[in-house]
Design a protein around this ligand. Structure first.
Ligand code: ASP
Length: 444
């Protein structure tokens, strides 16, 4: 009997997880406690495993990829193409978002009672977001630049909160890769071979971890569902959430056009190959946690050469967030429509385009990061400080489901650009290597 493809297994896990979450929610507190004590930990273990391999994967693939380029000028060409495509797609995402929110106007006509009930339910959560954004803002203007250059690479693997600093690791890997090109081939070979072998081992780890994905997705979805016990508020925010989802859907359409027109590949085939990464992005809300799977799909299934994916994807997971910037544009204007309509000027919308672009570059690839950076977008247009907690409280209830959706777009955007850059450098292969089957298991 033909084995069920991985994406179907993940979808089944997801649907069962949602149903199970609703069932436990209907039981009440004891059901929810059961999910958080006995089910959710399996989702956490899965995310931990993916994060565990993310750092060695970035190091190995980037160092190997750069050293394979053999020529420093190629790095420049690839770097410029990657960054310009990332900026281009992000600008398009923000413009799509702003057009939808200005046309649909989901924030007009919300009753004062609704605003009040949302405010009292979510205001303290909003304060946490504002506090996190303040830490980013208090730093000097060049702090983000300074933060790219590590003084101790071991500290970059784990900061004070235990999180790796992706940009520092990317910088270090690029630096090592470039220097490997500058030393004699004989001297470079042992290190290149080491990273090549590390890359293979990490990719095998992705395969093994992915066998657990359908069960983990079940646990992650059940845990998400038990958090939504106030569905009445969700319904009130439906038209705002609908605008974000519509914008994100249009972005998928835009990527598929790029795939068809630029790489001449079938959009359906692209979606089928990348779907396990999209489903994981949806379940984990983290492009960083999804990165190992995105790399495996793009290299082994979409035919992008490792030299390209090893550079484009880690950089993309860190700086390219089309879904996040689209959401930030819509959320900022929606909040203004509800509580600060006098701020809705053309100039402010232009400022939103610029700051949402920068904010999505600065957003960490983890759950809710986009909402933290939204504070900075709002403050850049002079949004009144006293209204900020109310503004964020307004969108808090639907933030998690929207985060899940925008992370799918973030990951799809990275995969699309990696295919385009590969095509432009003649590094897009026609077929996937034979030794992998559709379940991402080795058949050898
Ligand atoms: N969760 C998103 C990501 O990891 C970032 C965000 O929009 O909050 O890509």
């Amino acid at each position: 009997m033909k084995k069920l493809a991985l994406h179907w297994k993940i979808i089944i896990g997801m649907v069962l997880g949602i149903l199970f979450g609703f069932a436990m929610n209907s039981i009440g507190d004891s059901g929810r406690t059961f999910v958080s004590n006995w089910i959710a930990p399996f989702g956490t273990i899965f995310i931990n495993l993916l994060k565990l391999i993310a750092v060695p994967l970035i190091l190995a693939s980037l160092i190997k990829g750069i050293s394979d380029l053999k020529d420093i000028s190629k790095i420049k060409v690839m770097g410029i193409r990657t960054i310009s495509m990332y900026i281009g797609t992000t600008l398009i995402a923000i413009i799509i978002g702003l057009s939808i929110v200005n046309l649909v106007k989901p924030g007009t006509g919300m009753s004062p009672e609704t605003i009040e009930s949302i405010k009292t339910t979510f205001e303290c959560n909003a304060d946490v977001m504002i506090g996190k954004a303040k830490v980013t803002q208090d730093a000097g203007p060049l702090q983000p630049l300074i933060d790219i250059f590590p003084s101790n690479i071991f500290n970059s693997f784990s900061d004070a909160d235990g999180k790796p600093s992706m940009l520092q690791i990317i910088f270090f890997a690029l630096f090592v890769g470039i220097c490997l090109l500058l030393v004699p081939v004989k001297k470079a070979k042992p290190l290149v071979d080491f990273f090549d072998s590390l890359n293979e081992v990490v990719m095998k780890m992705v395969d093994l971890i992915m066998l657990f994905a359908p069960y983990a997705v079940f646990a992650l979805m059940a845990n998400v569902i038990i958090a939504f016990d106030d569905t009445a508020i969700l319904v009130k925010l439906l038209s705002y959430a609908g605008c974000v989802v519509l914008g994100l859907a249009l972005m998928i359409g835009f990527y598929l056009i790029l795939i068809k027109v630029y790489t001449k590949k079938s959009p359906i085939w692209f979606l089928k190959q990348i779907s396990p990464a999209q489903l994981l992005a949806f379940s984990t809300s983290s492009s960083a946690a999804t990165l190992p799977v995105t790399m495996e799909r793009v290299e082994e299934h979409l035919g992008v050469d490792k030299e390209v994916s090893g550079f484009v994807l880690p950089v993309g997971a860190t700086v390219n967030m089309d879904g996040t910037s689209l959401y930030q544009g819509i959320a900022a204007v929606f909040i203004m429509q509800v509580i600060w309509p006098e701020g809705l000027t053309f100039t402010n919308q232009i400022v939103i385009i610029a700051t949402a672009l920068l904010a999505s570059i600065g957003s960490a690839a983890v759950p809710s990061a986009g909402m933290v950076m939204l504070v900075i977008v709002l403050e850049s247009i002079g949004f009144p400080a006293e209204l900020l907690p109310i503004g964020l409280a307004l969108i808090f209830a639907v933030d998690r489901p929207l985060d899940m959706c925008r992370t799918v777009i973030n990951v799809t955007g990275d995969a699309t650009v990696s295919m385009m850059v590969a095509k432009s450098l003649d590094k897009l292969h026609d077929s996937k290597p034979k030794e992998w089957d559709d379940n991402c298991e080795a058949v050898k």
